[in-house]
Design a protein around this ligand. Structure first.
Ligand code: SF4
Length: 334
């Protein structure tokens, strides 16, 4: 166990955690909404520091990041836990349905060992992913700090619910974030995730202000968030923050508690992509489909820059960060 960052002590041995926007007030002996931060005798502890439950080497496209060192590999890790309760979670076994025993049984891997593994496996970056990296913040922060010293990059795949204080703290080491913007209605966030929309919007805006590279993913769920009106509002919000934010609209597959929903149709995904472009975004990709919607086309001259198949790069035409045909700077890290 590691004493938590970003909390304050209150009366009667209670604490208030301000790592994420739930701002849990936690009595002695209890845990926060994420279940992995516990008040023990008036001090808040992370129960998952140094206890990853998943370690993989993934193509960066799988996160997905399409404008962050395309074709590179990310050393990817997660611990148990999440501060959301999404019924459609694709990693629910490790985000929701775990026990304290599961945490205790994980092998301890120190931050320096994670960095060594990433270097040994020739990864360009470390991805904090699969579950919500905010809830293992202390562990992620230390890995990110050490990895920067070794020339590695860091990225979060996140629900964007962390506080500004958390972002300020990790900013020197965090190069990029893929933020899930799951809905654009407050009541949908409440009903489906037991969270609120506004802090997610604020995080996206604040990350761009801090200079963190941002890509956004929306899992398009039939009858939940696939109306033209909602997708248009969402895309307009992103374009208003920065038209160079990359938007990934992804195909939904039934999972966890959402087994009675349909798979997203191809026509809905094409509609979402069109909506993104109409709203003014420069790059809109379609996730979980193959054969279309994944190539990078110069937003200025419309020539092919990167051809992708699954998570592989078949053709790569960028010269540094510029289009070789019209010399336009392509947004992202290349
Ligand atoms: S990180 Fe966990 S304990 Fe802290 S505010 Fe969020 S849900 Fe609550």
């Amino acid at each position: 166990m590691k004493e938590a960052l970003l909390y304050e002590k209150l009366e009667n041995n209670s604490v208030r955690c301000f790592l994420c926007n739930h701002n849990c007030q936690i009595k002695e002996g209890s845990s926060g909404i994420c279940r992995v931060r516990k008040n023990i005798k008036g001090k808040l502890y992370s129960l998952i520091y140094g206890k990853p439950c998943a370690l993989h080497i993934d193509p960066i496209e799988k996160k997905p990041f399409y404008h962050f060192f395309p074709g590179s590999f990310a050393f990817s890790l997660a611990t148990f836990g999440c501060n959301f309760k999404c019924g459609f979670c694709q990693n629910w076994q490790i985000s929701q349905e775990y026990s304290l025993k599961d945490i205790e049984s994980q092998q301890e891997i120190l931050p320096s060992e994670v960095v060594e593994l990433a270097l040994k496996n020739k990864c360009k970056s470390i991805s904090y992913t699969y579950t919500e990296p905010t809830v293992f913040f202390e562990y992620a922060l230390e890995i990110a700090r050490l990895s920067k010293e070794k020339g590695l990059y860091n990225n979060f795949v996140t629900n964007g619910y962390m506080t500004k204080e958390a972002l300020d703290m990790i900013k020197p080491y965090l190069d990029a974030a893929n933020v899930d913007l799951k809905f654009f209605k407050e009541n949908s966030y409440r009903k489906n995730c037991k969270a609120n929309l506004e802090p997610v919007k604020e995080s996206i805006t604040y990350m761009r202000k801090l200079g963190i590279w941002v890509e956004v993913t929306t899992l398009v769920i039939p009858d939940e968030n696939d109306s033209e009106e909602e997708l248009t509002q969402l895309a307009r919000f992103l374009a208003g923050v920065d038209k160079n934010i990359i938007w990934h609209v992804s195909k939904f597959h039934p999972d966890y508690q959402y087994l009675n929903y349909n798979v997203t149709s191809e026509s809905t995904l094409r509609k979402a992509q069109d909506i993104g472009y109409k709203a003014g975004l420069n790059y809109v990709y379609v996730g979980n489909v193959w054969g279309w919607g994944n190539d990078t086309i110069c937003h200025n001259c419309k020539k092919l820059l990167i051809k992708r198949e699954y998570f592989s790069i078949l053709e790569y035409n960028l010269k540094g960060n510029r289009c070789p045909y019209c010399n336009t700077v392509i947004p992202g890290l290349f």
